[in-house]
Design a protein around this ligand. Structure first.
Ligand SMILES: CC(=O)N[C@H]1[C@@H](OP(=O)(O)OP(=O)(O)OC[C@H]2O[C@@H](n3ccc(=O)[nH]c3=O)[C@H](O)[C@@H]2O)O[C@H](CO)[C@@H](O)[C@@H]1O[C@H](C)C(=O)N[C@@H](C)C(=O)N[C@H](CCC(=O)O)C(=O)O
Ligand SMILES: Nc1ncnc2c1ncn2[C@@H]1O[C@H](COP(=O)(O)OP(=O)(O)OP(=O)(O)O)[C@@H](O)[C@H]1O
Length: 517
Protein backbone atom coordinates (compact mmCIF):
# COMPACT_ATOMS: atom_id res chain seq x y z
CA UNK A 1 0.00 0.00 0.00
CA UNK A 2 1.44 3.34 -0.99
CA UNK A 3 0.49 6.15 1.36
CA UNK A 4 -0.72 8.21 -1.59
CA UNK A 5 0.10 11.91 -1.44
CA UNK A 6 1.44 11.72 2.13
CA UNK A 7 4.93 13.18 2.51
CA UNK A 8 5.87 11.08 5.51
CA UNK A 9 5.03 7.82 7.25
CA UNK A 10 3.55 8.42 10.71
CA UNK A 11 2.25 6.29 13.58
CA UNK A 12 -1.40 5.35 13.13
CA UNK A 13 -2.30 5.41 16.80
CA UNK A 14 -0.05 7.98 18.51
CA UNK A 15 -0.35 8.80 22.21
CA UNK A 16 -0.93 12.53 22.82
CA UNK A 17 1.88 14.30 24.71
CA UNK A 18 1.26 17.42 26.82
CA UNK A 19 3.35 20.17 25.26
CA UNK A 20 3.96 21.99 28.54
CA UNK A 21 6.01 18.92 29.56
CA UNK A 22 8.59 20.07 26.96
CA UNK A 23 9.08 23.42 28.65
CA UNK A 24 11.03 22.06 31.61
CA UNK A 25 13.13 19.75 29.43
CA UNK A 26 14.26 22.27 26.81
CA UNK A 27 15.17 25.97 26.92
CA UNK A 28 11.79 27.17 25.70
CA UNK A 29 9.72 30.26 26.38
CA UNK A 30 5.94 30.22 25.87
CA UNK A 31 3.57 32.69 24.17
CA UNK A 32 -0.07 31.77 24.62
CA UNK A 33 -1.81 29.11 26.64
CA UNK A 34 -0.27 25.64 26.43
CA UNK A 35 -1.95 24.14 29.48
CA UNK A 36 -4.46 21.95 27.61
CA UNK A 37 -2.44 21.44 24.44
CA UNK A 38 -1.38 17.93 23.49
CA UNK A 39 0.50 16.91 20.36
CA UNK A 40 0.43 13.62 18.48
CA UNK A 41 3.05 14.46 15.86
CA UNK A 42 5.74 16.90 14.72
CA UNK A 43 6.27 18.48 11.30
CA UNK A 44 8.57 21.16 9.97
CA UNK A 45 6.75 21.50 6.68
CA UNK A 46 3.36 23.18 6.62
CA UNK A 47 2.41 20.99 3.65
CA UNK A 48 2.92 17.84 5.73
CA UNK A 49 1.09 18.96 8.87
CA UNK A 50 -1.54 16.55 10.22
CA UNK A 51 -4.18 17.32 12.84
CA UNK A 52 -2.57 17.30 16.30
CA UNK A 53 0.92 18.27 15.11
CA UNK A 54 3.43 20.52 16.78
CA UNK A 55 4.53 22.63 13.80
CA UNK A 56 8.20 23.62 13.74
CA UNK A 57 8.61 27.09 12.22
CA UNK A 58 12.18 26.53 11.02
CA UNK A 59 14.38 29.41 9.82
CA UNK A 60 15.64 28.24 6.42
CA UNK A 61 18.07 29.39 3.77
CA UNK A 62 15.28 30.79 1.62
CA UNK A 63 12.29 31.26 3.90
CA UNK A 64 11.23 31.23 7.51
CA UNK A 65 8.89 28.37 8.30
CA UNK A 66 6.99 30.60 10.75
CA UNK A 67 5.64 32.51 7.73
CA UNK A 68 3.55 29.37 7.07
CA UNK A 69 2.05 29.23 10.59
CA UNK A 70 -1.49 29.98 9.32
CA UNK A 71 -1.33 27.19 6.74
CA UNK A 72 -0.06 24.84 9.47
CA UNK A 73 -2.94 25.85 11.76
CA UNK A 74 -5.45 25.36 8.93
CA UNK A 75 -4.18 21.80 8.54
CA UNK A 76 -4.67 21.12 12.24
CA UNK A 77 -1.42 22.08 14.00
CA UNK A 78 -2.01 22.63 17.73
CA UNK A 79 1.10 24.75 18.47
CA UNK A 80 4.29 26.03 16.88
CA UNK A 81 7.90 25.80 18.02
CA UNK A 82 10.19 28.43 16.51
CA UNK A 83 12.85 31.05 17.28
CA UNK A 84 12.27 34.64 18.47
CA UNK A 85 12.15 35.94 14.88
CA UNK A 86 9.64 33.22 14.04
CA UNK A 87 7.40 34.20 16.95
CA UNK A 88 7.22 37.75 15.57
CA UNK A 89 6.58 36.55 12.04
CA UNK A 90 3.77 34.28 13.22
CA UNK A 91 2.13 37.26 14.91
CA UNK A 92 2.52 39.29 11.70
CA UNK A 93 0.76 36.66 9.60
CA UNK A 94 -2.06 36.57 12.17
CA UNK A 95 -1.42 33.07 13.52
CA UNK A 96 -3.24 32.25 16.72
CA UNK A 97 -1.25 29.11 17.52
CA UNK A 98 0.40 28.99 20.95
CA UNK A 99 4.15 29.39 20.42
CA UNK A 100 7.12 27.68 22.06
CA UNK A 101 10.12 29.96 21.55
CA UNK A 102 13.49 28.26 21.47
CA UNK A 103 16.56 30.13 22.71
CA UNK A 104 18.75 27.93 20.50
CA UNK A 105 18.30 27.33 16.76
CA UNK A 106 15.19 25.09 16.59
CA UNK A 107 17.13 22.56 14.51
CA UNK A 108 19.40 21.84 17.50
CA UNK A 109 16.50 20.61 19.66
CA UNK A 110 14.22 19.21 16.94
CA UNK A 111 15.45 15.61 17.23
CA UNK A 112 15.01 15.43 21.00
CA UNK A 113 11.64 17.20 20.84
CA UNK A 114 10.41 14.82 18.13
CA UNK A 115 11.65 11.83 20.16
CA UNK A 116 9.74 13.12 23.20
CA UNK A 117 6.49 13.58 21.23
CA UNK A 118 6.73 10.28 19.35
CA UNK A 119 8.07 8.29 22.32
CA UNK A 120 11.09 7.19 20.32
CA UNK A 121 13.66 8.01 23.03
CA UNK A 122 14.23 4.27 23.31
CA UNK A 123 13.54 2.17 20.23
CA UNK A 124 13.62 -1.59 20.59
CA UNK A 125 14.28 -2.30 16.87
CA UNK A 126 17.92 -2.66 15.82
CA UNK A 127 18.95 0.52 14.03
CA UNK A 128 21.49 0.35 11.18
CA UNK A 129 23.04 3.49 9.64
CA UNK A 130 24.96 3.46 6.37
CA UNK A 131 27.28 6.21 5.15
CA UNK A 132 29.87 6.60 2.37
CA UNK A 133 29.93 8.32 -1.01
CA UNK A 134 28.57 5.56 -3.26
CA UNK A 135 26.40 2.57 -2.49
CA UNK A 136 24.51 3.67 0.62
CA UNK A 137 21.11 3.03 -0.93
CA UNK A 138 22.27 -0.35 -2.18
CA UNK A 139 23.49 -1.41 1.27
CA UNK A 140 20.23 -0.27 2.86
CA UNK A 141 18.12 -2.42 0.48
CA UNK A 142 20.46 -5.36 1.01
CA UNK A 143 20.15 -4.95 4.78
CA UNK A 144 16.36 -4.95 4.57
CA UNK A 145 16.40 -8.07 2.38
CA UNK A 146 18.82 -9.88 4.71
CA UNK A 147 16.76 -8.94 7.77
CA UNK A 148 13.71 -10.46 6.07
CA UNK A 149 15.73 -13.59 5.32
CA UNK A 150 16.59 -13.79 9.02
CA UNK A 151 12.87 -13.67 9.83
CA UNK A 152 12.97 -10.10 11.14
CA UNK A 153 10.43 -7.48 10.00
CA UNK A 154 12.39 -4.72 8.29
CA UNK A 155 11.90 -1.03 7.55
CA UNK A 156 14.10 1.30 5.52
CA UNK A 157 14.84 4.91 4.77
CA UNK A 158 16.76 5.65 1.56
CA UNK A 159 17.25 8.29 -1.14
CA UNK A 160 14.54 6.55 -3.15
CA UNK A 161 11.83 5.94 -0.56
CA UNK A 162 10.89 5.34 3.07
CA UNK A 163 9.40 1.89 3.35
CA UNK A 164 7.78 -0.34 5.91
CA UNK A 165 6.33 -3.47 4.36
CA UNK A 166 4.13 -2.13 1.60
CA UNK A 167 3.65 1.28 3.24
CA UNK A 168 5.86 3.55 1.17
CA UNK A 169 6.44 7.26 0.52
CA UNK A 170 8.95 8.74 -1.93
CA UNK A 171 11.90 10.55 -0.33
CA UNK A 172 12.74 14.21 -0.86
CA UNK A 173 16.04 13.92 1.00
CA UNK A 174 18.50 11.05 1.41
CA UNK A 175 18.25 11.36 5.20
CA UNK A 176 14.97 12.81 6.44
CA UNK A 177 14.69 15.74 8.78
CA UNK A 178 14.64 14.58 12.43
CA UNK A 179 10.89 15.14 12.78
CA UNK A 180 10.18 12.84 9.82
CA UNK A 181 12.69 10.24 11.01
CA UNK A 182 11.15 9.98 14.48
CA UNK A 183 7.64 9.72 13.00
CA UNK A 184 8.87 6.90 10.80
CA UNK A 185 10.54 5.12 13.73
CA UNK A 186 7.37 5.46 15.80
CA UNK A 187 5.28 3.87 13.03
CA UNK A 188 7.86 1.10 12.73
CA UNK A 189 7.73 0.44 16.48
CA UNK A 190 3.93 0.30 16.26
CA UNK A 191 4.16 -2.23 13.40
CA UNK A 192 6.60 -4.48 15.27
CA UNK A 193 9.59 -3.81 13.03
CA UNK A 194 12.71 -5.52 14.35
CA UNK A 195 15.37 -3.85 12.18
CA UNK A 196 15.58 -0.49 10.41
CA UNK A 197 18.14 0.32 7.70
CA UNK A 198 18.78 4.04 7.34
CA UNK A 199 20.86 5.83 4.73
CA UNK A 200 22.92 8.58 6.33
CA UNK A 201 24.18 11.52 4.28
CA UNK A 202 27.02 13.72 5.46
CA UNK A 203 24.55 16.62 5.34
CA UNK A 204 22.31 14.81 7.82
CA UNK A 205 25.13 14.39 10.31
CA UNK A 206 26.04 18.08 10.34
CA UNK A 207 22.42 19.31 10.19
CA UNK A 208 21.19 17.51 13.33
CA UNK A 209 18.86 15.25 11.32
CA UNK A 210 19.99 12.22 13.37
CA UNK A 211 19.52 13.80 16.78
CA UNK A 212 17.70 11.56 19.23
CA UNK A 213 18.60 8.43 17.22
CA UNK A 214 21.20 5.97 18.52
CA UNK A 215 22.32 3.38 15.96
CA UNK A 216 23.23 -0.16 17.00
CA UNK A 217 25.61 -0.45 14.05
CA UNK A 218 26.85 2.11 11.51
CA UNK A 219 28.86 1.35 8.38
CA UNK A 220 31.18 3.21 6.01
CA UNK A 221 31.79 1.81 2.54
CA UNK A 222 33.86 4.27 0.48
CA UNK A 223 34.76 7.89 0.04
CA UNK A 224 35.46 9.96 -3.06
CA UNK A 225 34.73 13.38 -4.46
CA UNK A 226 31.18 14.67 -4.13
CA UNK A 227 29.24 17.54 -2.54
CA UNK A 228 32.14 20.02 -2.68
CA UNK A 229 29.58 22.76 -3.34
CA UNK A 230 28.28 21.98 0.13
CA UNK A 231 31.41 21.18 2.14
CA UNK A 232 34.08 23.23 0.34
CA UNK A 233 36.80 20.60 0.50
CA UNK A 234 37.18 16.84 0.82
CA UNK A 235 38.51 17.02 4.38
CA UNK A 236 35.39 18.79 5.65
CA UNK A 237 33.17 16.31 3.78
CA UNK A 238 35.16 13.42 5.28
CA UNK A 239 34.96 14.89 8.80
CA UNK A 240 31.15 14.89 8.53
CA UNK A 241 31.17 11.16 7.74
CA UNK A 242 33.66 10.42 10.55
CA UNK A 243 31.37 12.18 13.02
CA UNK A 244 28.90 9.28 12.68
CA UNK A 245 31.51 7.02 14.30
CA UNK A 246 31.12 8.56 17.76
CA UNK A 247 29.32 7.33 20.89
CA UNK A 248 26.76 10.14 20.48
CA UNK A 249 25.51 8.46 17.31
CA UNK A 250 26.28 4.76 17.46
CA UNK A 251 27.34 1.74 19.45
CA UNK A 252 29.69 0.09 16.98
CA UNK A 253 30.84 0.32 13.37
CA UNK A 254 31.83 -1.65 10.29
CA UNK A 255 34.32 -0.14 7.84
CA UNK A 256 35.59 -1.14 4.40
CA UNK A 257 39.34 -0.58 4.76
CA UNK A 258 40.34 -1.00 1.11
CA UNK A 259 41.04 2.72 0.77
CA UNK A 260 43.14 5.10 2.89
CA UNK A 261 39.91 6.90 3.82
CA UNK A 262 38.41 3.66 5.18
CA UNK A 263 41.63 3.01 7.10
CA UNK A 264 41.36 6.50 8.58
CA UNK A 265 37.77 5.90 9.73
CA UNK A 266 38.92 2.67 11.40
CA UNK A 267 41.81 4.49 13.13
CA UNK A 268 39.98 7.65 14.12
CA UNK A 269 36.61 6.14 15.04
CA UNK A 270 35.58 6.76 18.65
CA UNK A 271 33.45 3.60 18.74
CA UNK A 272 34.67 0.01 18.32
CA UNK A 273 34.87 -0.97 14.65
CA UNK A 274 35.28 -4.18 12.72
CA UNK A 275 37.05 -4.04 9.35
CA UNK A 276 36.23 -5.55 5.96
CA UNK A 277 38.81 -5.89 3.18
CA UNK A 278 38.52 -7.28 -0.32
CA UNK A 279 42.26 -7.94 -0.62
CA UNK A 280 44.08 -10.44 1.55
CA UNK A 281 47.20 -8.23 1.97
CA UNK A 282 45.16 -5.65 3.83
CA UNK A 283 44.90 -5.96 7.62
CA UNK A 284 41.23 -6.59 8.46
CA UNK A 285 38.80 -8.73 10.47
CA UNK A 286 36.65 -9.89 7.55
CA UNK A 287 37.67 -10.76 3.99
CA UNK A 288 35.55 -10.90 0.87
CA UNK A 289 36.45 -12.99 -2.17
CA UNK A 290 34.56 -12.98 -5.48
CA UNK A 291 34.12 -16.51 -6.77
CA UNK A 292 32.16 -15.92 -9.98
CA UNK A 293 30.65 -12.97 -11.80
CA UNK A 294 28.58 -12.33 -14.92
CA UNK A 295 26.22 -9.58 -16.02
CA UNK A 296 23.52 -11.40 -14.06
CA UNK A 297 25.22 -11.26 -10.70
CA UNK A 298 28.16 -11.89 -8.41
CA UNK A 299 28.93 -14.89 -6.19
CA UNK A 300 31.13 -14.38 -3.17
CA UNK A 301 32.56 -15.87 -0.01
CA UNK A 302 32.84 -13.81 3.16
CA UNK A 303 35.05 -14.96 6.01
CA UNK A 304 35.33 -13.44 9.45
CA UNK A 305 36.66 -13.99 12.94
CA UNK A 306 36.16 -17.30 14.79
CA UNK A 307 35.24 -19.20 11.65
CA UNK A 308 32.29 -16.99 10.70
CA UNK A 309 31.60 -17.38 6.99
CA UNK A 310 28.93 -16.82 4.38
CA UNK A 311 28.66 -17.99 0.78
CA UNK A 312 26.25 -15.86 -1.22
CA UNK A 313 25.16 -14.31 -4.50
CA UNK A 314 23.68 -10.93 -5.46
CA UNK A 315 21.63 -10.70 -8.66
CA UNK A 316 23.28 -7.44 -9.78
CA UNK A 317 26.61 -7.11 -11.57
CA UNK A 318 29.74 -5.56 -10.03
CA UNK A 319 32.25 -6.58 -7.39
CA UNK A 320 31.16 -3.54 -5.42
CA UNK A 321 27.66 -5.02 -5.12
CA UNK A 322 29.16 -8.09 -3.38
CA UNK A 323 31.07 -5.66 -1.16
CA UNK A 324 27.80 -3.89 -0.33
CA UNK A 325 26.24 -7.26 0.55
CA UNK A 326 29.23 -8.22 2.69
CA UNK A 327 28.98 -4.94 4.58
CA UNK A 328 25.29 -5.55 5.25
CA UNK A 329 25.98 -9.10 6.44
CA UNK A 330 28.68 -7.98 8.86
CA UNK A 331 26.37 -5.27 10.22
CA UNK A 332 23.80 -7.94 11.06
CA UNK A 333 26.48 -10.13 12.64
CA UNK A 334 27.64 -7.17 14.74
CA UNK A 335 24.04 -6.61 15.86
CA UNK A 336 23.90 -10.17 17.17
CA UNK A 337 21.97 -11.68 14.26
CA UNK A 338 23.82 -14.89 13.31
CA UNK A 339 24.76 -15.33 9.63
CA UNK A 340 23.35 -18.87 9.80
CA UNK A 341 19.94 -17.36 10.63
CA UNK A 342 20.23 -15.20 7.49
CA UNK A 343 21.32 -18.15 5.30
CA UNK A 344 18.43 -20.24 6.48
CA UNK A 345 16.02 -17.78 4.85
CA UNK A 346 17.80 -17.72 1.47
CA UNK A 347 17.75 -20.26 -1.34
CA UNK A 348 21.31 -21.34 -1.99
CA UNK A 349 22.67 -18.02 -0.75
CA UNK A 350 20.84 -15.92 -3.37
CA UNK A 351 19.90 -12.52 -1.93
CA UNK A 352 16.84 -11.65 -4.03
CA UNK A 353 17.27 -7.91 -3.66
CA UNK A 354 15.60 -5.29 -5.85
CA UNK A 355 17.25 -1.88 -5.63
CA UNK A 356 15.13 0.69 -7.48
CA UNK A 357 17.10 2.53 -10.15
CA UNK A 358 20.50 1.14 -9.17
CA UNK A 359 21.96 -0.89 -12.05
CA UNK A 360 18.37 -1.80 -12.77
CA UNK A 361 18.00 -3.79 -15.96
CA UNK A 362 15.15 -2.53 -18.14
CA UNK A 363 15.80 -4.91 -21.04
CA UNK A 364 14.71 -8.51 -20.90
CA UNK A 365 18.09 -10.15 -20.24
CA UNK A 366 19.43 -12.78 -22.58
CA UNK A 367 21.52 -11.93 -25.66
CA UNK A 368 20.77 -8.24 -25.55
CA UNK A 369 21.60 -5.54 -26.17
CA UNK A 370 21.01 -5.02 -22.47
CA UNK A 371 19.99 -1.67 -21.03
CA UNK A 372 20.58 -0.59 -17.41
CA UNK A 373 19.45 2.57 -15.63
CA UNK A 374 21.54 3.74 -12.71
CA UNK A 375 21.72 6.51 -10.12
CA UNK A 376 25.52 6.99 -10.18
CA UNK A 377 26.51 10.65 -10.43
CA UNK A 378 30.06 10.75 -9.10
CA UNK A 379 33.45 9.96 -10.66
CA UNK A 380 33.80 7.16 -8.08
CA UNK A 381 30.57 5.42 -9.05
CA UNK A 382 31.35 5.79 -12.79
CA UNK A 383 34.70 4.14 -12.24
CA UNK A 384 33.23 1.29 -10.17
CA UNK A 385 30.48 0.57 -12.71
CA UNK A 386 32.66 0.78 -15.79
CA UNK A 387 35.40 -1.36 -14.21
CA UNK A 388 32.74 -3.91 -13.33
CA UNK A 389 31.25 -3.88 -16.83
CA UNK A 390 34.73 -4.21 -18.32
CA UNK A 391 34.95 -7.55 -16.51
CA UNK A 392 31.56 -8.94 -17.51
CA UNK A 393 30.15 -7.20 -20.61
CA UNK A 394 30.17 -9.62 -23.55
CA UNK A 395 30.21 -6.81 -26.16
CA UNK A 396 30.81 -3.07 -26.31
CA UNK A 397 29.85 -0.60 -23.57
CA UNK A 398 27.68 2.40 -24.43
CA UNK A 399 27.55 4.84 -21.54
CA UNK A 400 25.14 7.78 -21.40
CA UNK A 401 24.90 10.41 -18.70
CA UNK A 402 24.57 14.09 -17.83
CA UNK A 403 25.43 16.10 -14.71
CA UNK A 404 23.56 18.09 -12.08
CA UNK A 405 23.36 21.84 -12.47
CA UNK A 406 23.90 23.97 -9.34
CA UNK A 407 25.84 21.15 -7.65
CA UNK A 408 29.55 20.38 -7.31
CA UNK A 409 30.83 21.61 -10.69
CA UNK A 410 34.40 20.45 -10.06
CA UNK A 411 33.59 16.78 -10.64
CA UNK A 412 32.25 17.17 -14.20
CA UNK A 413 35.47 16.91 -16.23
CA UNK A 414 36.53 13.89 -14.20
CA UNK A 415 33.14 12.25 -14.82
CA UNK A 416 33.66 12.79 -18.57
CA UNK A 417 37.20 11.49 -18.48
CA UNK A 418 36.32 8.33 -16.54
CA UNK A 419 33.37 7.67 -18.85
CA UNK A 420 35.56 7.85 -21.95
CA UNK A 421 38.26 5.72 -20.34
CA UNK A 422 35.86 2.90 -19.50
CA UNK A 423 33.28 2.88 -22.32
CA UNK A 424 33.42 2.35 -26.08
CA UNK A 425 30.80 4.98 -26.83
CA UNK A 426 29.89 7.90 -24.58
CA UNK A 427 26.67 9.85 -25.10
CA UNK A 428 26.39 13.08 -23.14
CA UNK A 429 22.90 14.44 -22.50
CA UNK A 430 21.12 16.72 -20.05
CA UNK A 431 20.27 15.67 -16.49
CA UNK A 432 18.98 18.33 -14.06
CA UNK A 433 20.39 21.58 -15.45
CA UNK A 434 18.50 23.58 -12.78
CA UNK A 435 19.49 27.24 -13.18
CA UNK A 436 22.62 26.60 -15.27
CA UNK A 437 22.73 26.75 -19.08
CA UNK A 438 22.58 23.04 -20.05
CA UNK A 439 25.05 23.48 -22.92
CA UNK A 440 27.69 24.78 -20.48
CA UNK A 441 27.30 21.66 -18.29
CA UNK A 442 27.57 19.40 -21.35
CA UNK A 443 30.65 21.33 -22.52
CA UNK A 444 32.48 20.48 -19.28
CA UNK A 445 31.54 16.81 -19.55
CA UNK A 446 32.55 16.76 -23.22
CA UNK A 447 35.91 18.41 -22.47
CA UNK A 448 36.65 15.68 -19.92
CA UNK A 449 35.51 12.90 -22.24
CA UNK A 450 37.47 14.23 -25.21
CA UNK A 451 40.62 14.64 -23.12
CA UNK A 452 40.71 10.87 -22.75
CA UNK A 453 40.73 10.26 -26.53
CA UNK A 454 39.70 6.61 -26.30
CA UNK A 455 35.94 6.31 -26.73
CA UNK A 456 33.65 7.63 -29.43
CA UNK A 457 32.08 10.72 -27.83
CA UNK A 458 28.61 11.92 -28.89
CA UNK A 459 26.41 14.76 -27.67
CA UNK A 460 22.61 14.59 -27.66
CA UNK A 461 21.05 17.10 -25.29
CA UNK A 462 17.58 15.56 -25.15
CA UNK A 463 17.74 12.45 -22.94
CA UNK A 464 14.76 10.88 -24.74
CA UNK A 465 16.60 11.14 -28.06
CA UNK A 466 19.89 10.08 -26.43
CA UNK A 467 18.23 6.84 -25.23
CA UNK A 468 17.10 6.09 -28.79
CA UNK A 469 20.52 6.99 -30.18
CA UNK A 470 22.15 4.53 -27.74
CA UNK A 471 19.73 1.75 -28.73
CA UNK A 472 20.25 2.42 -32.43
CA UNK A 473 24.00 1.91 -32.02
CA UNK A 474 23.84 -1.25 -29.91
CA UNK A 475 24.34 -4.80 -31.21
CA UNK A 476 23.47 -8.06 -29.44
CA UNK A 477 25.99 -8.54 -26.62
CA UNK A 478 26.45 -4.80 -26.09
CA UNK A 479 25.54 -3.14 -22.81
CA UNK A 480 24.00 0.32 -22.50
CA UNK A 481 24.35 1.99 -19.12
CA UNK A 482 22.45 5.20 -18.42
CA UNK A 483 23.85 6.80 -15.25
CA UNK A 484 22.17 9.54 -13.25
CA UNK A 485 18.38 9.43 -13.14
CA UNK A 486 17.91 6.10 -11.35
CA UNK A 487 14.48 5.93 -9.68
CA UNK A 488 13.67 9.61 -10.25
CA UNK A 489 10.46 10.79 -11.88
CA UNK A 490 11.36 14.32 -12.95
CA UNK A 491 13.91 16.58 -14.59
CA UNK A 492 14.63 19.89 -12.86
CA UNK A 493 14.99 22.66 -15.42
CA UNK A 494 15.11 26.36 -14.53
CA UNK A 495 13.04 25.98 -11.37
CA UNK A 496 10.48 23.64 -12.96
CA UNK A 497 10.02 19.94 -12.22
CA UNK A 498 9.21 18.34 -15.58
CA UNK A 499 7.87 14.77 -15.51
CA UNK A 500 10.59 12.40 -16.71
CA UNK A 501 11.14 8.78 -15.79
CA UNK A 502 14.26 7.32 -17.39
CA UNK A 503 13.04 3.81 -16.65
CA UNK A 504 9.71 4.38 -18.44
CA UNK A 505 11.43 6.16 -21.32
CA UNK A 506 13.92 3.33 -21.81
CA UNK A 507 11.13 0.76 -21.61
CA UNK A 508 9.21 2.65 -24.31
CA UNK A 509 12.25 3.01 -26.54
CA UNK A 510 13.12 -0.70 -26.22
CA UNK A 511 9.54 -1.53 -27.25
CA UNK A 512 9.75 0.80 -30.25
CA UNK A 513 12.92 -1.02 -31.28
CA UNK A 514 11.21 -4.40 -30.91
CA UNK A 515 13.51 -5.36 -28.03
CA UNK A 516 10.78 -5.65 -25.40
CA UNK A 517 7.29 -7.12 -25.76
C1 LIG B 1 20.68 22.90 2.13
C2 LIG B 1 19.61 22.13 2.82
O1 LIG B 1 19.84 21.16 3.48
N1 LIG B 1 18.38 22.60 2.65
C3 LIG B 1 17.26 21.98 3.31
C4 LIG B 1 16.49 23.03 4.06
O2 LIG B 1 16.07 23.94 3.08
P1 LIG B 1 16.01 25.49 3.32
O3 LIG B 1 16.78 25.90 4.54
O4 LIG B 1 16.34 26.17 2.04
O5 LIG B 1 14.44 25.65 3.57
P2 LIG B 1 13.51 26.80 3.05
O6 LIG B 1 13.02 26.47 1.70
O7 LIG B 1 14.17 28.12 3.29
O8 LIG B 1 12.25 26.65 4.02
C5 LIG B 1 12.34 26.92 5.43
C6 LIG B 1 11.31 26.12 6.17
O9 LIG B 1 10.02 26.45 5.67
C7 LIG B 1 9.29 25.27 5.46
N2 LIG B 1 8.27 25.50 4.44
C8 LIG B 1 8.59 26.00 3.22
C9 LIG B 1 7.58 26.18 2.26
C10 LIG B 1 6.25 25.87 2.58
O10 LIG B 1 5.29 26.02 1.80
N3 LIG B 1 5.99 25.40 3.83
C11 LIG B 1 6.96 25.20 4.75
O11 LIG B 1 6.67 24.76 5.87
C12 LIG B 1 10.33 24.26 5.03
O12 LIG B 1 9.91 22.91 5.25
C13 LIG B 1 11.50 24.61 5.96
O13 LIG B 1 11.36 23.95 7.19
O14 LIG B 1 15.35 22.46 4.70
C14 LIG B 1 14.44 21.82 3.79
C15 LIG B 1 13.29 21.25 4.61
O15 LIG B 1 13.71 20.20 5.37
C16 LIG B 1 15.17 20.73 3.01
O16 LIG B 1 14.29 20.15 2.08
C17 LIG B 1 16.35 21.33 2.29
O17 LIG B 1 17.07 20.32 1.61
C18 LIG B 1 17.34 20.62 0.26
C19 LIG B 1 16.18 20.15 -0.64
C20 LIG B 1 18.61 19.92 -0.20
O18 LIG B 1 18.89 19.88 -1.38
N4 LIG B 1 19.39 19.37 0.69
C21 LIG B 1 20.61 18.69 0.30
C22 LIG B 1 21.82 19.60 0.44
C23 LIG B 1 20.82 17.48 1.19
O19 LIG B 1 20.53 17.52 2.38
N5 LIG B 1 21.32 16.43 0.61
C24 LIG B 1 21.66 15.24 1.34
C25 LIG B 1 22.54 14.27 0.57
C26 LIG B 1 22.10 13.94 -0.82
C27 LIG B 1 23.07 12.98 -1.51
O20 LIG B 1 23.68 12.09 -0.88
O21 LIG B 1 23.20 13.13 -2.74
C28 LIG B 1 20.38 14.54 1.80
O22 LIG B 1 20.42 13.93 2.88
O23 LIG B 1 19.40 14.57 1.06
N1 LIG C 1 30.19 0.08 -3.09
C1 LIG C 1 30.13 0.86 -4.17
N2 LIG C 1 31.25 1.45 -4.63
C2 LIG C 1 31.22 2.25 -5.71
N3 LIG C 1 30.11 2.50 -6.42
C3 LIG C 1 28.98 1.93 -6.01
C4 LIG C 1 28.93 1.09 -4.87
N4 LIG C 1 27.65 0.65 -4.72
C5 LIG C 1 26.94 1.21 -5.70
N5 LIG C 1 27.73 1.98 -6.49
C6 LIG C 1 27.38 2.78 -7.67
O1 LIG C 1 26.94 4.05 -7.20
C7 LIG C 1 25.59 4.29 -7.63
C8 LIG C 1 24.79 4.93 -6.55
O2 LIG C 1 24.53 3.91 -5.61
P1 LIG C 1 23.61 4.16 -4.39
O3 LIG C 1 22.42 4.92 -4.81
O4 LIG C 1 23.45 2.89 -3.67
O5 LIG C 1 24.61 5.14 -3.62
P2 LIG C 1 24.29 6.26 -2.59
O6 LIG C 1 25.49 6.36 -1.73
O7 LIG C 1 23.03 5.92 -1.93
O8 LIG C 1 24.11 7.54 -3.43
P3 LIG C 1 23.04 8.70 -3.12
O9 LIG C 1 23.20 9.15 -1.72
O10 LIG C 1 23.39 9.72 -4.13
O11 LIG C 1 21.73 8.01 -3.31
C9 LIG C 1 25.05 2.91 -7.95
O12 LIG C 1 23.96 3.02 -8.78
C10 LIG C 1 26.24 2.23 -8.50
O13 LIG C 1 26.45 2.66 -9.79
Amino acid sequence: MSTGDALSIRPQDPSPVALDSLVGRFPLGVFGDLSEVRATGVSLDSRDVRPGDLYIGMPGAKRHGADFARQAADRGAVAMLTDADGAERAAQVGSELPVLVSEAHPRTILGEVAAAVYGTDAVSAKLFGVTGTNGKTSVVYLLAELLRAAGITAGLSSTAERRLGDEVVPSNLTSPEASELHGLLARMAEAGVGGVAIEVSAQAVVRHRLDGVHFDVVAFNNFSQDHLDEFGDLETYFAAKLQLFTPEHAERGVVVVDSPYGQRIARESRIPVTRLATEYGQEADWYLAITHQTLDGVSFVLQGPEGASFRGRVPVFGRFMAENAALALIMLHEAGIPLAQVSSGLEQGLIPVYIPGRLEEISAGGEGPRFYVDYGHTPGSFEAMLDALGEVAPGRIIFMFGADGDRDTTKREEMGRIAAAGADTVIICDYHPRSEPPEAIRAQLLAGARSEGRAEVLEEADPRRAIRLAISRAEPGDVILYAGPGHEDHQEVAGEFLPYSARDEVRGALREAGLLP
